[in-house]
Design a protein around this ligand. Structure first.
Ligand code: FAD
Length: 503
């Protein structure tokens, strides 16, 4: 390595000020104020993608790293609480199931709750699977409270929540935080990126007004365009549209409607699905669809015919290709957010991927120069995380009985990645599922989506039979009763927000 490649990293330049840019700036500012010179460039004229409002519980870890006050954060982003996602019409028309966060029942002996449930269900002696999850039962009743750590023995100690918030307000909130932690904001458009001739490292960006800004480490948060990682460095893109054919979306903000649900809803449509995200000041509506199966006009008409709430603004139309950059860290550039890739928003994973990418960068932060082994490890971990989330999303499309449109027939009949097929085959035999390494979704998530999508295993784990039937029935009955009692005591979601964090 030459001297330049080994030089100490002092200047970090973040290009882009959407959710990805400001989440990156806030965390790096918090950790490294005074150690590194951190600058963020954003262009008001270009603007942000303007969507991305539902999250998963992992975001609480990010908030903790920033030491945010959760009520203040929810108040300032017009936020609401999220216990999971309701999937309507996915397995077949007329069906609905919850993918809720957190635990389901409690483990009994060697096994998870669903194994006992499978046995009793086959005998007609079990309730709907959602009755064994405090999150699902509370969501159905529009109830919410935070987990009470003093009640570890009760389901109330195990409520797991995430948030739904206004993406614009979230970026503004984090901007204030980042600037208070020493990050310098530069308004304006990047017109050019200069790479070093000999090794292709990024040297500087040039602004439209002619100013040149150099740095040691570049973080590309420029959105789908991938200004540095793709347009300048030509890193390449792995396209997964053959597994996840949705490639367009139309979003439209609507007036707040009741009920003020503590969950996101995803309703399957003829060539995609529609989201409903309740916030304090409005309800987000959007349609994600496959342009190969429905025209933009028809997709828009379908959305407008099914809006929840009066339309507040024009529609926002977006195009994307599901997939990821071949190297999310390339030389001295790391891509974060949409610049790194995109998995469609069915399981609200993009903001999580922003967070996990920044945390991974912090864990593998270069000191002097850019060690290839460090970059390779970062990319290996990131690729693994992306691929497992991809598989989880594909499962929702693959495991369906819907055959009413060409879109659903294509999804049902498609070949899926081996890594997913292996999981489907194992679960279909007798309900076994194992979380691999650091994959994001837990066994409970996989179990709920398998069962919700109609993958009912042929049998159950033989270890179930160690317990006498009467004991298993009592165990399931107890869980259901205790959860119902707890939900009865919980406040309404609307009441909880009004009392603790109303905007
Ligand atoms: P952007 O918001 O596009 O920001 C890019 C930034 O780069 C802007 O500040 C722009 O001004 C700047 N920029 C670009 N070019 C230049 C230039 N030349 N000079 C200067 N500045 C420049 N995620 C979730 O977690 N949950 C969801 O529910 C969810 N729903 C989604 C629904 C849809 C339809 C889509 C498309 C995405 C969704 N996402 C969701 C993803 C989420 O929106 C993004 O991950 C998130 O907003 C991050 O975007 P970003 O910051 O990478 O890009």
């Amino acid at each position: 390595m030459d001297g330049r490649t080994m030089q100490q990293i002092k200047r970090i330049l973040i290009v882009g000020g959407g959710t990805a840019g400001w989440m990156t700036a806030a965390l790096l500012g918090k950790l490294f104020q005074g150690l590194y010179e951190i600058t963020l460039i954003e262009s008001e004229e270009i603007g942000t993608v303007g969507v991305g409002e539902a999250t998963i519980p992992a975001i609480k870890k990010y908030n903790e790293l920033l030491e945010l006050d959760e009520n203040d954060f929810v108040r300032r982003t017009q936020g609401s609480f999220k216990l999971g996602i309701e999937f309507v019409d996915w397995a077949h028309r007329g069906d609905a199931y919850f993918h809720s966060f957190g635990v389901i029942g409690q483990d009994l002996g060697w096994l998870r709750c669903h194994q006992y449930w499978l046995k009793m269900r086959a005998m007609g002696r079990a309730a709907d699977f959602s009755a064994y999850s405090i999150n699902s039962a509370a969501a159905r009743a529009n109830k919410f409270m935070r987990a009470d750590p003093k009640m570890a023995e009760s389901p109330i100690g195990h409520i797991a929540h995430a948030f739904q918030f206004d993406a614009g307000l979230y970026a503004r909130y984090l901007r204030g935080y980042a600037e208070a932690h020493g990050v310098t904001r530069r308004e304006g458009k990047v017109a050019d990126v200069t790479l070093r001739g000999d090794d292709g490292f990024v040297e500087s960006v040039t602004m439209a007004d002619g100013e040149t800004i150099a740095a040691d480490l570049f973080i590309d948060c420029s959105g789908f365009r991938g200004l540095i990682i793709e347009q300048a460095m030509k890193t390449g893109y792995e396209n997964w549209t053959h597994w996840l054919p949705c490639d367009r979306a139309i979003a439209v903000p609507c007036a707040r409607t009741e009920p003020f649900t503590p969950y996101t809803r995803a309703t399957a449509r003829t060539a995609g699905w529609q989201w409903r995200i309740p916030l304090q000041h409005r309800t987000g509506n959007g349609h994600v669809y496959s342009s190969a199966h429905i025209s933009d006009e028809e997709a828009e008409a379908q959305l407008l015919a099914n809006l929840d709430g009066a339309q507040l603004a024009d529609t926002n139309k977006l195009r994307f290709a599901t997939g990821k950059r071949r190297q999310i860290w390339n030389r001295n550039c790391v891509a974060v957010g949409l610049a790194s890739g995109f998995l469609e928003p069915l399981e609200s994973t993009s903001i999580h991927l922003i967070q996990s990418t920044i945390i991974r960068l912090v864990r593998l932060l270069p000191d002097r120069g850019f060690d290839p082994a460090t970059i390779a490890e970062f990319n290996r971990q990131t690729d693994f995380e992306y691929a497992r989330i991809r598989d989880f999303i594909i499962l929702h499309y693959k495991a369906t009985s819907r055959d009413d449109t060409a879109f659903w027939r294509q999804c049902r009949d498609m070949e899926v990645p081996d890594t997913l097929q292996r999981k489907i085959d194992l679960f279909a035999a007798n309900g076994r599922i194992f979380r691999e390494d650091d994959e994001l979704f837990t066994e409970e998530s996989w179990i709920q989506v398998f069962l919700g999508q109609g993958v009912i295993p042929r049998g159950y784990d033989p270890l179930v039979d160690i317990k006498p039937e009467a004991q298993v029935e009592e165990y399931l009955g107890n869980i259901q009763r205790v959860i119902a009692r707890c939900v009865g005591l919980m406040p309404d979601h609307a009441e909880f927000v009004a009392k603790t964090c109303a905007a």
